[in-house]
Design a protein around this ligand. Structure first.
Ligand code: AMP
Ligand code: MG
Length: 702
């Protein structure tokens, strides 16, 4: 369960922007509601921002939502400052103190004067420095930090000593300075607290037991993720608030916001920056621009014992949505990628009427068995620029645009030419051998749909109709883990109590064949800690994790044990042979498919469950393998109540033979086979010649 429904991040500004065109260094607000990203909001100045925030808070409260709002300025000053000014130890008293004294109008404010007045209250030159105005000197406010002599307060808050690159709150002016933002921001927050009394808490000073929480954030924590260029064409400040709001929302969805909030230090009344010490995790959440799955997405209806394959598949299909981000690629680099947008033809194919053959063109209405040829010719890329008079003909080559006056073409093999005269030796039909403009595709036609995995021929089509680039999904990163103490890498002289890890290269190969990016997360010994650490890494670097082994509920089955304690685990007892059990879980926001250790079962379950699921996660939609009925070349008696997949291949006469043994340890059968025979859930007596459903591996994308 998320702590908040809506996550907002505000990039404050100490200066004044008169607008109206959005620019950087103004106020930008990023919003993520129920995991949905809203376009970043631009605010000309603080007055607009305050009104917007008040209206949004009121609206969210009315909807019964819980709301987390992050601001990128310090909520407090180094220890002792608040008390020295207000006489109270409550850091929020300083907010009200500023609120009573700061004057803020769009074109003018008193922040520098106020800082000077505060300086004057302390011995020597006080803590503030930096004059935002290049011309006017401000009493008691030095232009340079070194001019200060006051040592009453620390230069930095404790948290600022941990946040690399942060600026001290005393500095009011200069590139990167934040002092002005604090003075101009705190009064706004103080007023919001007053306006929504009892419904707003301030982190980390107060317990977060109200619907609205105000927290201090610092967008630089995700600077790396932003710099990786997820904001092409977007103003960087807008991208930052958008990505940070999304990171907070995702952390919340996977239960990580709570411990990160709990880490905030309150002792000194200085405040804390949310996420310091968790930089990597936050950046990872900001980086991947897809969406995360909710924890309960693999829940099965209660009371289900052995789940039929179709029910399991239908449930998977309902719960999975694309989790990967989107990027623009040149169409020539997009083969194998999944379209994230519909493509419409930018121009027609062919763009102009042209000849399908080498021959002679003329107007059908002026046709005569003998016609004079005009001098010159029409060639592809070298059109004939004049009109061809009625009753005359022109030499024309394949692909050449039809000159004006030409609508019909006589094949050169059906003509003879002498003395500048064309003689037709065959009957002629109106329009023959001419291709109309747009006869294949018309400009503006929907050409390829979102969700299409682009094959080379699709790239050819897109290119032919003038599509130069397309929005495509980023590749799905599939992490592969093998578990089991008995596993070992292949090596000579390995003792027979070791099993070579055959599943990992197999599953990585499958992921790759399906167009995803396999990520080798290695072999993990059967201990909870090792597995947890590996899964954590995997969840940060991958979009989905595929494990094999340890998926049942037995003693040595750590995958299953870990996932049931720390991920939202659903044990799927699917009525399938070979297979079962299948462990499906969401761990740190990433879906985990726990396959059986048995290589044959792992392979079949990967084809039946992981392939369509990964396709859905990668933006390509659910896939169903196409099979066809062929006569069996074998006999078999099958029990009712579960679906069976047999390793099979077609014989020369088009019947289906199956592998000699159904033993699920027989990896050789996988290699022998070219497809699977699928036998439905009911009982069956199969004798040679009976029709069975054969699904070639090609239908599984292999
Ligand atoms: P498990 O599902 O962990 O009980 O494993 C079932 C069987 O599959 C055991 O015989 C394991 O040794 C075998 N097995 C598990 N993982 C692999 C693997 N990566 N490669 C080959 N065999 C495996
Ligand atoms: Mg095992």
């Amino acid at each position: 369960m998320s702590l908040f429904d809506t996550h907002i991040v505000v990039d404050w500004s100490g200066g004044n922007d008169v607008g109206p065109r959005p620019k950087k260094d103004a106020i930008w607000i990023g919003v993520e509601r129920n995991g949905q990203t809203e376009p970043p909001v631009y605010m000309r100045n603080r007055a607009y921002a305050e009104d917007w925030l008040a209206a949004r808070i009121a609206d969210e409260l009315e909807r019964g939502h819980r709301l987390c709002i992050g601001f990128d300025f310090a909520f407090g000053y180094p220890r002792g400052f608040a008390e020295a000014l207000t006489g109270k130890s409550d850091p929020l008293a300083l907010w009200d103190w500023f609120e009573a004294r700061v004057e803020d109008a769009p074109k003018q404010n008193n922040r520098a004067e106020l800082a000077g007045q505060i300086n004057a209250m302390f011995e020597g030159i006080g803590p503030f420095w930096g004059n935002p105005s290049p011309k006017l000197d401000v009493p008691d406010l030095p232009r340079k930090g070194l001019a200060r002599t006051c040592s009453t307060f620390a230069e930095r808050r404790v948290v600022e000593t941990r946040a690399k690159g942060s600026f001290p709150v005393w500095q009011l002016a200069g590139a990167g300075a934040v002092g002005s933002q604090v003075i101009m921001g705190l009064p706004v927050l103080a007023r919001l607290r007053q306006r929504f009394t009892g419904r707003v808490s301030v982190w980390p000073f107060e317990p977060l037991d109200t619907p609205v929480a105000l927290v201090e954030v610092w967008p630089s924590l995700i600077a790396g993720a932003v710099a990786e260029g997820q904001y092409e064409g977007e103003i960087k400040d807008a991208a930052q608030v958008r990505l940070l709001a999304r990171a907070l929302s995702r952390l919340d969805q996977v239960g990580r916001l709570e411990p990160i909030l709990a880490d905030g230090r309150t002792e000194s009344g200085e405040g804390w920056i949310l996420g310091v010490g968790f930089e990597e995790e936050i950046a990872a959440m900001a980086r991947d621009s897809g969406t995360r799955l909710p924890n309960d997405c693999f829940a099965l209806p209660p009371g289900v014992d052995w789940t039929p394959v179709d029910v399991a598949l239908a449930s998977l299909k309902d719960s999975l949505t694309p989790v990967v981000g989107v990027e623009k690629l040149a169409i020539s680099n997009a083969s194998g990628r999944v379209l994230a947008e519909d493509l419409t033809a930018a121009r027609s194919n062919p763009p102009g009427a042209n000849s399908a053959i080498d021959g002679y063109g003329f107007a059908f209405d002026g046709f005569a068995p003998e016609m004079p040829l005009v001098p010159g010719r029409a060639a592809p890329g070298d059109p004939y620029r004049a009109a061809v008079p009625k009753g005359q003909a022109i030499r024309i080559l394949t692909g050449a645009l039809l000159p004006e006056g030409v609508d019909t073409i006589l094949m050169q093999e059906e003509a003879s030419v002498s003395d500048g005269l064309l003689r037709a030796q065959a009957k002629v039909k109106r329009g023959q051998n001419a291709r109309a403009a747009g006869e294949d595709v018309k400009a503006g036609d929907l050409t390829l749909r979102a969700g299409t995995r682009l094959r080379p021929q699709d790239v050819a089509l897109a290119t032919a109709v003038g599509v130069a680039e397309a929005a495509v999904f980023k590749p799905l990163r599939v992490g592969v883990i093998s578990t089991g103490d008995e596993l070992a890498p292949p090596a000579p002289d390995t003792s027979p109590d070791r099993t070579f890890d055959a599943n990992r290269p197999m599953l990585m190969g499958l992921a790759e064949a399906w167009g995803h990016v396999p990520v080798d997360l290695g072999h993990v010994e059967d201990t909870r800690d090792a597995l947890r650490a590996r899964m954590r890494d995997g969840a940060l670097s991958c979009d989905v994790i595929l494990t094999s082994g340890g998926a049942s509920a037995g003693d040595a089955d750590h995958v299953s044990a870990l996932l049931s304690e720390e991920g939202a685990l659903t044990h799927w007892r699917v009525a399938i042979k070979p297979g079962r059990p299948l462990a499906l879980a969401v761990f740190d926001g990433v879906p985990v498919f726990g396959l059986p250790g048995n290589p044959v079962a792992a392979f079949v379950c990967a084809l039946i469950f992981a392939r369509p699921a990964f396709s859905a996660l990668s933006g390509g939609g659910w896939t169903e393998p196409v099979g066809f009925d062929v006569p069996a070349a074998f006999s078999k008696s099958k029990k009712r109540g579960r679906r069976e997949y047999l390793r099979a291949r077609l014989t020369a006469d088009g019947t289906s033979e199956v592998f000699a043994s159904e033993g699920s340890g027989r990896i050789s059968g996988l290699s022998w086979a070219e497809g699977l025979v699928e036998l439905g859930d009911d009982a069956r007596e199969i004798t040679p010649g009976d029709l069975v459903r054969y699904i070639p591996f090609g239908s599984f994308g292999l």
